[in-house]
Design a binder for this molecule. Structure first.
Ligand SMILES: Cc1cc2nc3c(=O)[nH]c(=O)nc-3n(C[C@H](O)[C@H](O)[C@H](O)COP(=O)(O)OP(=O)(O)OC[C@H]3O[C@@H](n4cnc5c(N)ncnc54)[C@H](O)[C@@H]3O)c2cc1C
Length: 383
């Protein structure tokens, strides 16, 4: 594939650095992470040592302020090697964005330099057992008492919630107001009344913990509030608009890895006294996979570039990037399993892992049905 000539020297350098770490240091550990579910401490440390954990953090707080496209380039490379490590790498962004967008100066000074250096990881907690797509229907509630919020209830599906040094937790301060009653609070581990619950057993991304959080009369100082009371939903939606292209980038990385594995196998595997790559049926599958991965990458880069250019809203392009790239990753990984035949279905080759890992990109940060709703709303306006 040709060079991406539209990248700046800085973006190219970030991609190349991430590619080197991903291919030489992270990829060799990916099967182990998948089979054991071990948390990828060393892999994250490597990314942090090279300054890649703070790509989204402003320079004033120790980050590289490299922008969304640069982050997507790095995320694709990490996901090519290990989707579980990539998920935690992405959540560093997702958990950090609310502080970047709406944090007070004190919050920025307290957390952003440590997020940028990788000293702490971050997490983002919006979903609950009864409310995922319908996030505004959340039940976990906070009541203000003087200079504290008293939080009661539970959150679910929190990626990295068991390891994060700071979690942006969305709670309701007024249930009847739904979205307008949601408030964002910063929670640190060790807070009295706060505990980490069940770690889910999942289909894929095994090294990325997905946990419940429980709050029982947990007192959170008012200075931990991000943005105004009732402004939390807006903070969450702005964060998701910025982070959805990065899920697209993760999906592109998984799709590219599946395409690479299938291409290599097709040239090696022989049937009917010739490489299976000589069959037009296989060539057309590979060509379709390449077109889909390439197209998805460009759509992800376009959404990220819009964000970097500060357009008023990139909601539609951001949802298109996430939805198209994740549907592509799922299809391409499934086709890669098909091209490897029986071997594709075994753990001898990584393509079955790519297929399991690809699935989550169609579900988290808003299912692909919800992305289609966002796209349709942008198309149709208020009916
Ligand atoms: C591994 C993993 C990691 C996650 N990490 C995080 C995290 O870090 N932070 C966080 O806050 N959340 C996280 N999530 C939660 C994730 O974002 C939700 O699971 C997702 O948004 C879907 O919500 P739900 O599971 O409640 O499904 P539901 O909302 O119950 O949806 C069920 C089905 O109905 C469809 N559906 C719902 N509403 C509509 C509609 N209006 N129109 C058409 N179809 C609809 C959905 O698309 C889906 O197919 C994670 C989930 C997983 C599995």
């Amino acid at each position: 594939m040709n060079q991406l000539y539209y990248l700046t020297d800085e973006q190219r350098a970030i991609r190349d650095l991430a590619r080197e770490i991903a291919r030489e240091r992270i990829a060799p550990l990916a099967t182990h992470v998948d089979e054991t579910g071990e948390y990828p401490h060393e892999q994250l440390k490597l990314l942090a040592q090279q300054g890649l954990m703070g790509l989204h953090v402003p320079e004033a707080y120790g980050g590289a302020a490299a922008g969304s496209l640069a982050f997507c380039l790095a995320a694709e490379e990490v996901a090519w090697a290990c989707a579980a490590t990539a998920t935690i790498f992405l959540v560093q962004n997702l958990g950090g964005y609310p502080i970047v967008f709406a944090g007070t100066e004190a919050q920025k000074r307290r957390y952003l330099p440590r997020i940028a250096s990788g000293e702490i990881t971050a997490a983002f907690s919006l979903s609950e057992s009864g409310s995922g797509s319908d996030a505004a229907g959340m039940q976990c509630a906070a009541v203000r008492k003087g200079d504290r919020y008293v939080v009661n209830g539970s959150k679910m599906w929190v990626t990295n919630g068991s390891h994060a040094g700071v979690i942006t937790v969305f709670v309701t301060t007024n249930r009847s107001q739904r979205a307008k009653g949601i408030t964002a609070l910063l929670i640190e581990p060790g807070l009295k009344g706060f505990s980490v619950g069940k770690n889910e057993r999942k289909l894929g991304i095994h090294g990325s913990p997905t946990v419940a959080l429980h709050f029982t009369d947990c007192e959170v100082p008012v200075e931990n509030r991000v943005g105004e009371e009732g402004e939390g939903f807006k903070v969450a939606m702005r964060t998701l608009e910025h982070s959805r292209p990065t899920i697209g980038a993760q999906a592109v990385g998984i799709g590219q890895a599946a395409l690479d594995a299938a291409t290599a196998y097709a040239k090696e595997r022989r049937a009917f006294e010739q490489p299976i790559a000589a069959f037009q049926g296989i060539q057309f599958m590979l060509a379709d996979m390449a077109m889909a991965v390439h197209g998805s990458r460009l759509v992800v880069h376009h959404a990220a570039s819009l964000i970097d250019h500060g357009v008023p809203s990139a909601a539609m392009e951001s949802s298109i990037a996430k939805c198209m790239a994740s549907d592509t990753a799922m299809k391409v990984a499934t086709d890669a399993v098909q091209i490897l035949g029986g071997y594709g279905y075994t753990r001898e080759f990584p393509v079955e892992r790519y297929m399991r890992d690809a699935k989550i990109t169609q579900i988290y940060e808003g299912t692909n049905q919800i992305q289609r709703l966002v796209i349709a709303q942008q198309l149709l306006g208020k009916l």
